[in-house]
Write a protein of this length. Structure first.
Length: 204
């Protein structure tokens, strides 16, 4: 009996220590999870707004130029060289459209500066327009210039699941496939990277 009472007392002491530790943990989390967010300075706000306007105008120009180039290539699509140029123009079109949509969505959510400060509603985590993301938006159309021809060659060569004999290579289909490849350029490149790693056993 004395031994069982001693064990019971030890269990009660351990339980009390665990309860105190848990309360201290929750108190620490409450203190550190509610740190006040600093607002973005007016100077940074003006800089981000100007950068957004530049990105918006740049991507709009890229889209308009790629539409014109694709239309011209459609009229001159008598040889394979023009078809490849068409796939590049359509890929840039799709990638530029995806970048413009992402930039507009982030601008609708507000701004974030390089220090992590956000506006508006700084305590809510959202995808916001920032200086770091602006570089991605400016360069994303170049991904379409890569994925557009890749989609064309992969389809014509029967690599992307469609046999070469059954693949229609009309300029309109090329433009459609290349635009889709540009629209989902990042996803397509990630898919190709994983496929290459599986085939050649890279990274093992």
């Amino acid at each position: 009996m004395p031994e069982s009472q001693g064990n019971q007392k030890k269990l009660e002491e351990i339980r009390a220590q665990l309860q105190d530790s848990t309360q201290d943990l929750f108190a620490w989390l409450d203190t550190h999870s509610s740190l006040p967010a600093n607002p973005i300075s007016p100077g940074d706000m003006d800089s981000l707004e100007r950068r957004f306007l530049f990105v918006r105008n740049y991507l709009s120009g890229v889209i308009i130029a790629s539409v014109g180039a694709a239309a011209l290539c459609l009229r001159l699509s008598s040889d394979e060289g023009c078809v490849i140029l068409l796939s590049i123009a359509a890929g840039i079109l799709g990638s530029g459209a995806a970048a413009l949509r992402s930039a507009l969505d982030r601008r609708a959510n507000g701004f974030a500066d390089k220090n992590g400060n956000a506006w508006p509603d700084p305590n809510t985590r959202k995808g916001r327009f920032s200086e770091a993301m602006s570089h991605w938006f400016l360069l994303r159309p170049l991904l379409g210039a890569v994925t557009g021809p890749l989609a064309y060659w992969g389809t014509v060569g029967g690599v992307l699941g469609c046999p070469a004999k059954e693949t229609a290579t009309s300029p309109e289909k090329v433009a459609f496939l290349a635009a889709l490849a540009g629209l989902f350029a990042k996803s397509l490149l990630d898919l190709l990277q994983r496929a290459l790693k599986d085939v050649f056993k890279l990274g093992e």
